[in-house]
Each structure stands twice: as C-alpha cells, then as structure tokens.
Design a protein around this ligand. Structure first.
Ligand SMILES: [Zn+2]
Ligand SMILES: [Zn+2]
Length: 283
C-alpha cells in the first residue's frame, strides 16, 4: 500500500474562484508516501506548483524536513511553490530535486536563474537548508527510503523537455504525466509512454481539454479526456486520475465530466476520477 495526497491539481496557473473550490485552484503538487512510513517522514513530491505551499503548512519548521521532489518540467505552474517552501529554509533541512535538463542547460542552472534576482528576492543558495539538484536518466533510480521506491522518468511530448514518471513503491505502480501533448486523433503515442504506464495501479494524467476545446488549442501541449482514457485503456491501467484541470473549469463542469467518463469506462473495469485538492488515495 502507498498513500497519495493531492495538494494542487490545476494546470497553467493558480485559479482560486468560488465556483472551483471543491476541486481547488492550486497548481500541480502531489505527494506520495510509502505505507511503511507511518510517520510520513519521507515525502516523494511530484512537482512543486503552488500546491506545495499548502503541503508546506503540514511540514516541520525545525530543520528536520527531508524529502525528494521529481519535477516534470520547468513551466511556472510546476515550480512556483518552491521559493515559498519554508520547511527547507531551516538549518539541517534537505530537499533533493530531480528533473529534466534542456538544450544543454542543466536543471540546476535553470533553477538558479529562475529563483533569484530580479525574479525573486533570495537565491536558492541563500536558503538555510540544503537543496540538492540531482540528475536522473531513463534507467531510473532506487531511493534508499521507506518502501524502497524506484523511479523511472520518460520523456513525453509537451512544448519543452518534460518527464513523465513511473514510481514503483510498496509493490504498487503510480504513473504521473501532468502535461502531455495529445495527437490530433487522440489515438497514438510513443511506445515508451505505453511502457511507462503499463499495468499501473494509478495513472495521474493531463486532462485539460474537451475535444471541442482541443480544436482551438491543439498545439498548446495538453491532453484531452479522450486521450487520457485511450492511454489508460491501452496500458491496462486500473485507476485513471484526470489531472492538470483547465483553470476555467468549474466544479460543476468537472463533476459532469467525471461522471460521463465513469459511465463510459463502466463495463471495462477501468476506474476514473478527477483529482481534487485536499484528497488522499490509498493504493
Ligand atoms: Zn503544466
Ligand atoms: Zn507545461
């Protein structure tokens, strides 16, 4: 068993509005714990969007924070929480971050530019705790942590270098692909993506657009609900979680979409949910 907690489920930008608070307005941040980690001492953080600031409120501020983050890519909605992550601004605290490099520019270099003057008043190196930027390739890494997690990245189509991740922990498989360009017919992807998703217990997947919306935004780097469903079916996924909700999508619309796809999946055995900020899933 493993535990997943959703702290930010929106795509593109934060969008706190009265009509979307059930699903939430913070951007991408999901946290995973091994079931053997009863004290939640070692979070595995998937993306550092503004949801990270909510997660921060539950973390120790005495320098004892330890955790690892896997960054899908460097778009604002996936990193904007990091400068405000107070638990790592304490002597003794440590956050390890893995993610893609792009065009020969390392992840450390990119983040060093982004978090520092004139964009932010302090630099990452000014923090009292330690941020370690690690490198990861498609061979994946074994973490010497509760549940013996193994994490495999895979480059997926988006507008820039972007990883999806497959995490094997406690004998379960969680796959996270928050931003993913759908093809025009919603029925094709790279073999490597299907392998990444194969037989996952949970697939958390970009589901930003309806087919009608996709007509106007076909090259914006995102998925339709149909494309997420197609991948989940082809890869024999058990539970598909729609993620990276369009910032304009209301609670009412999301509930209707969730119900529609649950009914569509009904006979196949595939379960479908739309991610909600503040909810946890036991796998
Ligand atoms: Zn995004
Ligand atoms: Zn993106």
């Amino acid at each position: 068993m493993a535990r997943l907690e959703f702290f930010g489920v929106r795509g593109s930008h934060p969008t706190p509005r009265l009509n979307n608070l059930k699903f939430g307005g913070n951007t991408s941040c999901v946290v995973l714990y091994s079931d053997t980690d009863a004290n939640k001492s070692y979070p595995i953080i998937l993306d550092l969007g503004t949801g990270l600031t909510v997660f921060a409120g539950q973390q120790p501020l005495d320098g004892s924070f330890r955790g690892v983050a896997f960054l899908s890519h460097l778009h604002f909605d996936h990193i904007q929480g990091l400068p405000f992550f107070a638990p790592v601004d304490r002597a003794g605290a440590q956050l390890v971050i893995y993610g893609p490099s792009e065009n020969g520019i390392s992840l450390a270099e990119s983040m060093g530019v982004l978090i520092g003057s004139p964009y932010f008043p302090v630099m990452l190196s000014d923090l009292s705790g330690e941020i370690v930027i690690g490198t990861i390739d498609e061979n994946g890494i074994d973490l010497d942590q509760p549940g013996h997690p193994k994490v495999f990245p895979c480059l997926v189509d988006h507008t820039n270098a972007t990883f999806g991740y497959r995490i094997e922990i406690d004998g379960k498989v969680i796959v996270y692909i928050p931003d993913h360009q759908a093809p025009s017919d919603n029925r094709r992807t790279k073999d490597s993506v299907l392998e990444l998703c194969q037989s996952a217990d949970i697939l958390i997947h970009d589901a930003q657009y309806t087919n009608e919306e996709f007509g106007e935004k076909a090259h914006w780097g995102h998925s339709t609900y149909d494309f997420a469903m197609w991948i989940a079916s082809r890869a024999m996924v058990k539970l598909l979680v729609f993620f990276h909700h369009d910032p304009r999508r209301s609670d009412h619309e999301l509930e209707a979409i969730e119900l529609h796809y649950q009914e569509l999946a009904g006979p196949s055995g595939l379960r479908v949910l739309a991610a909600r900020e503040g909810e946890a899933l036991q796998i």
